[in-house]
Ligand binder design. Sequence first.
Ligand code: ATP
Ligand code: MG
Length: 297
Amino acid sequence: MAIDLCDCRFDGDGRFDILKTPTSPDVKKGERFDYEERTADNAVLMAQLQDRLYAEGREGLVVLLQAMDAAGKDSTIKHVMSGINPQGVSVHSFKQPSAEELSHDYLWRAVTHLPRRGEIALFNRSYYEDVLVVRVHGLWRGYKMPERCTNDSEQQFFGKRYRQIRDFEEYLYENGYRVLKIFLNVSPEQQRQRFLERIDDQSKNWKFSGSDIAERKLWPSYMRAYEDAINGTATKHAPWFVIPADKKWFARWLVSEAIVDVLRQIDPRYPELPQDQRDKLAEYKAQLLSEGGAKGE
Ligand code: ATP
Ligand code: MG
């Protein structure tokens, strides 16, 4: 049986063990076309649901993507969102923080990019970098903060951050937002292949950086950080989806499934006008019809 969305979901029940989680689905190459068609069908559904979400303006959605380099974050965003009306959707990439960003608490910059209710914000990386790269490189030890913050052990420091993130996501949920968290789980071998492709294909050279090789060497530390972060922040209202990402066409389908699923849970509906306003519409219609006018214009 091929993997489906339920197999990828972590909501705090049961532990996420990264070494036991597949990066490649058990599907054959020949099934690719079938999955691409399903992704296209989901894009149509997504567009319809987003139209209602925007019209209703009642609930906002944050979709965040985390992954190792070359796992396909950018291309997933490009493909999965292709059918969606750009009005009501924003994309933000979280890069290395600026001096201004570093002088604030780590959630500050994420808050400034939250969507309005009715809108969708896509985060390419997110505040989860603050429990991933920041942990792997021990960056937090150099932060300009009082000793009561930096004197903690690594475990204490990040244990607090997982709790802060859980609280933050619960705060958002209680204020009309959902957070969909996606980890594109790629294997080191697949990353190696994609890096080689980026080097060999001139049109992809710009995507490659020497630091990608340095980060790759820290793979086991990153995997530990991902495992702990996902276990520490998976909740019922803000679950993680760990998606096998070695086959891009399969990963795209699963991401589209996750987005359609959360939009269906939101169940947005076009607002219905109150009776007095509907009566007015009938009046306006009668006025417009009485003006006549040439047919077909
Ligand atoms: P690509 O996959 O195309 O390389 P990218 O998302 O890796 O895209 P880059 O500009 O290469 O984009 O990398 C952004 C870098 O910023 C990443 O290495 C990420 O770990 C780092 N970063 C993001 N947030 C933080 C943070 N809070 N502290 C330190 N580094 C961060
Ligand atoms: Mg990069």
